[in-house]
Design a protein around this ligand. Structure first.
Ligand SMILES: Nc1ncnc2c1ncn2[C@@H]1O[C@H](COP(=O)(O)OP(=O)(O)OP(=O)(O)O)[C@@H](O)[C@H]1O
Ligand SMILES: C[C@@](O)(CCO)CC(=O)[O-]
Ligand SMILES: [Mg+2]
Length: 389
């Protein structure tokens, strides 16, 4: 049995970090994906293995299924029953990964490996199999690589779990998940994100699962925290990868520490960010039919992004490299803001409809001279998808 699943990365247009503390945020999927292909081997053979092939990193890891069972103990392995990773289990998972003596430069991968082992064994138990992972997303750069990995993995595992059948689309040989399955996949991915991030808001796994553009607010406990947005104009974004490494877990915890030191001030900043997200949500859904309306709308969008970047700097998650991108693009009156956790990683620059190709090229060339990598993304595509093998 074999299945292939892919899930997109994301950009956050407004509200990162503040969303962890209850404010609204706006996120959209992008056309860069992580793909996970899992094949199950027949059970009852000798030397059964669980294998993980991280293609982009050239890393091949495997664990004997009998060892996983011995270390992790009996588990119910039911994809429909959600469980969280306890700190005791995390300790056991870290022992299983430590045995592999991974090279020091791959140490940041450990949390992804814990999430892999946790999700696989919680959903499929100790069934022998092989997972092959490839990703178009730069890892640890703010484009939601961790969430797209957890969503694609959870999708493949759920599709292979017992009693599960995929909905057949009208077109022959095409399958899709049902709405309930998508909710389950997003929840499992959230459990994986908790292992990688510590304290995720859930926005990244939600947008990677459902795709398009969403407004997300954790406080909406009575209803779904996710509200789909119907963007009326296509948004063109230039992404600049500063190539400055960072990790979301430590940035999220540095913001929480600042909240402890300045609770009232930080709460006011989060309120301001919440208003930016509210305004942005109204703006992207508002119709703009004529050139003048489009450019007014774009001016407002730029201003909101600019204010959000200022507030992100104020909560301590900007970085010299991000500020260089902001200054460089501003020379051409273009607005940029960090996306995701910040501290380096990727920066978004809004590309207005009427911007000439010559100006875009000039800006890209200047950014590349600083050692950054630039690329354009399509915003608001599909979420998790499953393909027959
Ligand atoms: N393709 C992958 N294979 C294995 N692990 C991955 C993969 N992609 C991401 N990860 C795990 O996720 C970690 C990066 O997650 P992190 O949340 O810090 O960054 P991000 O998700 O790219 O950015 P952001 O959360 O700001 O959007 C990696 O260090 C690794 O542990
Ligand atoms: C920094 C953060 O707000 C976004 C990371 O993409 C963390 C989260 O919401 O889980
Ligand atoms: Mg992440």
């Amino acid at each position: 049995m074999e299945v292939r699943c892919r899930a997109p990365g994301k950009i956050i247009l407004a509200g990162e970090h503040a969303v962890v503390h209850g404010a609204a945020a706006i996120a959209a999927s992008i056309d860069l994906y992580t793909e996970v292909r899992i094949s199950l081997h027949p059970s009852g053979q000798e030397n059964e293995l669980l294998e993980l092939d991280l293609k982009d990193m050239g890393l091949n890891l495997s664990w004997p299924c009998s060892q996983l069972k011995e270390v992790l103990g009996d588990c119910s392995a039911d994809g429909s029953v959600l469980v969280s990773c306890t700190s005791e289990k995390l300790e056991l998972l870290s022992g299983l990964v430590a045995q592999k003596n991974m090279p020091q430069e791959n140490v940041q991968l450990n949390s992804g490996l814990y999430a892999f082992l946790f999700l696989y064994t919680s959903i499929l138990g100790y069934k022998p199999g092989k997972a092959v992972v490839t990703s178009e997303l730069p890892m640890g750069s703010g484009l939601g690589s961790s969430a797209s990995f957890c969503v694609a993995l959870s999708g493949a595992l759920i599709a292979l779990s017992e009693g599960f059948s995929l909905k057949t689309k009208e077109k022959k040989d095409q399958f899709s998940f049902r709405k309930n399955d998508l909710e389950l996949i997003s929840k499992w991915a959230f459990e994986g994100e908790k292992i990688i991030h510590g304290k995720p808001s859930g926005i990244d796994n939600t947008v990677s699962t459902f795709g398009n553009m969403i407004k997300f607010k954790k406080e909406l406990k009575t209803t779904n925290p996710m509200m789909p947005l119907n963007s009326t104009t296509p948004l063109k974004m230039l992404i600049t990868d500063t190539r400055v490494g960072r990790n979301t877990k430590s940035l999220v915890s540095s913001v929480s520490e600042r909240v402890l030191r300045h609770p009232d001030t930080m709460s006011s900043v989060f309120n301001a960010i919440n208003s930016i997200s509210d305004e942005l949500a109204l703006l992207v859904e508002s119709p703009a039919e004529y050139k003048v309306e489009v450019s007014e709308k774009e001016e407002k969008l730029k201003e909101l992004m600019q204010m959000n970047q200022g507030l992100l700097q104020c909560i301590g998650v900007s970085h010299e490299s991000i500020e260089t991108v902001v200054r460089t693009t501003m020379k051409e009156k273009l607005v940029s803001k960090l996306t995701g956790a910040g501290g380096g990683g990727c920066v978004l620059t809004f590309v207005p409809t009427l911007l000439s190709a010559a100006v875009t090229e000039k800006v890209i060339s200047e950014l590349e001279q600083c050692g950054f990598r630039c690329f354009m993304v399509e915003v608001g595509g599909p979420g998790v998808q499953v393909f027959p093998c």
